[in-house]
Design a protein around this ligand. Structure first.
Ligand code: TMP
Length: 252
């Protein structure tokens, strides 16, 4: 087979770019240093963030795969780049919460840190212009984005990812507070985990940090709340996640 060649830009999101390749069904994803929050209202460039999220995401996709949880991830290209299966992305943000934090505490009378068992699973409609609104059952049905069977499958996989990630992160002294997943359909119509799994898309708390609650934050809340040390915190996550195994595989 000839070497993989990266071709036209297909899509540019807030944190990644997606490129066509010369191989059918394979696209290349480049992780950007851009950091955004509050639906793009807050913006900054954080040197090194792209590389950190790329490697954290690659390692977590591989570790989940070893647990039997498939995803779009195929392997790494050069640093900052990965090859993934081309999917038709379902415009839903699947958010799982193991503890109350973030928007949940702004919208409901729940004290921050309240444990949520079973994990709360919410679906949001992925549309920046609309501000990614929270969906109700009726609105989800109205939009007809997924069949009933797909909805069930998506939730099953999301809960499996939650259990799998918690199992991986707990020995690394990282608590998975909440996170966002995206899914897409492959050519066979199967729903596959997509996007990324990184401190941009997860709330991660350092179980070994001291009593100061700000010190334990290892994720994009450092950027959202202007706490500083964003890249350093992501670097700490990577250092611990590197403990899960060898270098992520190359896609050939
Ligand atoms: P929230 O508390 O702001 O609703 O966020 C819940 C989780 O989802 C948190 O881990 C951050 C992640 N998230 C994203 O990855 N992208 C988004 O656009 C939003 C709003 C949240």
């Amino acid at each position: 087979m000839s070497a993989l060649a990266i071709e036209a830009l297909l899509h540019e999101g807030k944190a990644k770019k997606v490129f066509q390749t010369n191989r059918a069904g394979v696209v290349a994803v480049q992780f950007k240093d851009d950091a955004t929050a509050f639906n793009g209202e807050k913006f900054s460039q954080l040197g090194g963030k792209g590389l950190l999220n790329w490697e954290i995401s690659a390692r977590l996709f591989e570790a989940l795969e070893r647990q039997g949880q498939p995803s779009h991830y195929l392997g790494c290209l050069e640093p900052g780049w990965m090859a993934v299966q081309e999917l038709e992305i379902v415009p839903l943000e699947v958010v799982l919460r193991n503890r109350a934090a973030g928007s949940l505490c702004r919208q409901l009378p729940l004290a921050p840190e309240t444990p949520l068992q079973p994990a709360l699973l919410d679906l949001y409609y992925k549309d920046d212009a609309l501000g990614d609104p929270l969906l109700t059952e009726a609105r989800l049905e109205l939009l007809g984005l997924v069949s009933a069977a797909e909805r069930q499958e998506l939730e099953r996989q999301a809960r499996q990812v939650n259990a799998g990630l918690r199992r991986l992160l707990e020995p690394l002294a990282i608590e998975l507070v909440d996170f966002k997943l995206e899914f897409g359909r492959n050519q066979a119509g199967q729903l596959l985990l997509a996007d990324e799994i990184s401190p941009d898309t997860c709330r991660l708390w350092d179980c070994s940090a001291g009593a100061n609650p700000e010190q334990r934050i290892l994720d994009k809340d450092r950027f959202r709340q202007d706490l500083g040390g964003v890249v350093e915190a992501y670097g700490e996550v990577l250092k611990r996640v590197q403990g899960l195994g060898a270098m992520p595989r190359n896609y050939l």
